[in-house]
Design a binder for this molecule. Structure first.
Ligand code: 8YV
Length: 326
C-alpha cells in the first residue's frame, strides 16, 4: 500500500503534526545535504510530484529543475518570495500558500514589537535581571505609545489587521501601497512623504524583487531620530546597512525587527542597542497559528490529490487553478 503513495519533497522544517499529516498521503523525503544531493536528485528527483516548502532557502529554480515531474508546491507561509514562481508558472506547476490564518498573529506581533521598542521592554527586562534596578535606581523615561501617527507599508490582509488594532492606541493611521483602497485611512502614494509624517513605520508588504530596499536611506532619514521602524514582512524590504548606520548615528529612533536580510544572521551592531528589539522571524510562530498554517498547507495537498486543484493558490496561479477546476 505504502508504495502507491506519491512522493513529496519537504524543504525546510515542518512540525511533527504536519509531517504525520503529509505521511498519510505521501511518501515524504527530506532534502539531503549538498554532498548527497546529486545522487538524491538522480534517484528520487523524477518521482517527486509535490513539494512542501518552508523558510528562506525556499525552492530556487535550480532545485525545481531537478524535479521534472513536479506538479504542486505547497508553501507553508503566506509569503512565497523564496519560491521561483515564474519558473513554476512556466512549467504549469501550481503553488499554494497559507493566507488569512496568520493575519491576527502577525498583526499582534507587529504591535508587540512597536510597544516593546518604544517602551524598551527587552532592555529594561535585562536591566532588572542584571540587578541594575537595585544598584542604579530607575532607568531613563521612554517615549509613550498613545496618540502616535503610524504609517503602514502594505495594506493587504495583515496590514488591515494591524490598522484595525490601532484605534485603541488613539493612533492616526496612514498607509502606503501601490494604489489607494476604499479604507478609512490616509493614503500616501509617496513613501518618503509618509515616513516624514509618521512616528512609527510598520512594514508588512510582500518580499521579492519588486520591494527590495523599498525602505531605503531616504525613507529612514525621513522617519527620523524620534521614529520607530517595525519590520514583520521580509528583511529584503529594508536596506539593512542603511538601517544599522542610521541607528548607530542616532538618525533613527529605534527599530523592532522580526526579519533580516540574511537570516539567521543579524548584524551584531544591533545587539547592544537599547532602542532595538530583535526577534528570530516568529511573527506567525505560535502553536495555534502554526497548526492552522500546517493544516492549510496539508489541505492544499490533499485537495490536489483529489482533483488537481488547490484551495489557496498564490495570485500568479489563480488562473491555472481555475482551469484545473474545469
Ligand atoms: C513564516 C512568514 O515564518 O508566512 C510567512 O510569510 O513570514 C512566516 O509565517 C515564513 O513563511 C518562513 O519563511
Amino acid at each position: 500500500m505504502t508504495d502507491a503513495k506519491p512522493d513529496l519533497l519537504l524543504i525546510g522544517s515542518a512540525t511533527p503534526y504536519m509531517r504525520d499529516r503529509m505521511a498519510e498521503d505521501f511518501t515524504v523525503h527530506g532534502l539531503p545535504s549538498e554532498a548527497e544531493r546529486e545522487s538524491f536528485f538522480a534517484e528520487v528527483g523524477p518521482k517527486i510530484v509535490a513539494v512542501t516548502v518552508y523558510g528562506g532557502a525556499g525552492l530556487p529554480g535550480d532545485v525545481m529543475d531537478r524535479l521534472p515531474n513536479l506538479r504542486v508546491i505547497s508553501n507553508y507561509g503566506v509569503g512565497y518570495d523564496a519560491v521561483d514562481t515564474p519558473r513554476a508558472v512556466a512549467r504549469g506547476i501550481l503553488i499554494s500558500h497559507t493566507p488569512d490564518v496568520l493575519n491576527d498573529e502577525v498583526a499582534n506581533t507587529a504591535i508587540l514589537l512597536w510597544l516593546a521598542t518604544s517602551r524598551k521592554l527587552a532592555a529594561y527586562d535585562a536591566y532588572v535581571r542584571a540587578g541594575r534596578w537595585a544598584s542604579e535606581g530607575n532607568p531613563a523615561l521612554t517615549r509613550g505609545t498613545q496618540g502616535r501617527t503610524v504609517g503602514i507599508i502594505g495594506m493587504g490582509r495583515i496590514g488591515q489587521a494591524i490598522a484595525a488594532r490601532l484605534p485603541v492606541f488613539g493612533a492616526r493611521i496612514l498607509y502606503h501601497a501601490r494604489s489607494a483602497r476604499d479604507l478609512p485611512y490616509e493614503y500616501f502614494a509617496d513613501l518618503t512623504e509618509m515616513a516624514r509624517e509618521s512616528e512609527v513605520l510598520i512594514c508588512i508588504t510582500p518580499g521579492g524583487p519588486a520591494t527590495r530596499h523599498l525602505v531605503n536611506a531616504e525613507v529612514i532619514e525621513a522617519l527620523g531620530p524620534e521614529g520607530i521602524l517595525v519590520n514583520v514582512s521580509r528583511g529584503t524590504v529594508v536596506d539593512e546597512e542603511a538601517l544599522v548606520a542610521a541607528l548607530q548615528d542616532g538618525r533613527l529612533g529605534g527599530a523592532g525587527l522580526d526579519v533580516f536580510e540574511n537570516e539567521p544572521q543579524v548584524p551584531e551592531a544591533l545587539f547592544a542597542m537599547e532602542n532595538v528589539t530583535l526577534q528570530p522571524h516568529i511573527g506567525s510562530a505560535s502553536e495555534e497559528t502554526r497548526r492552522a498554517m500546517g493544516d492549510l498547507a496539508c489541505d492544499n495537498l490533499v485537495q490536489f490529490l483529489k482533483d488537481g486543484t488547490v484551495l489557496t493558490p498564490v495570485p500568479e496561479c489563480r488562473e491555472m487553478n481555475a482551469r484545473a477546476a474545469g
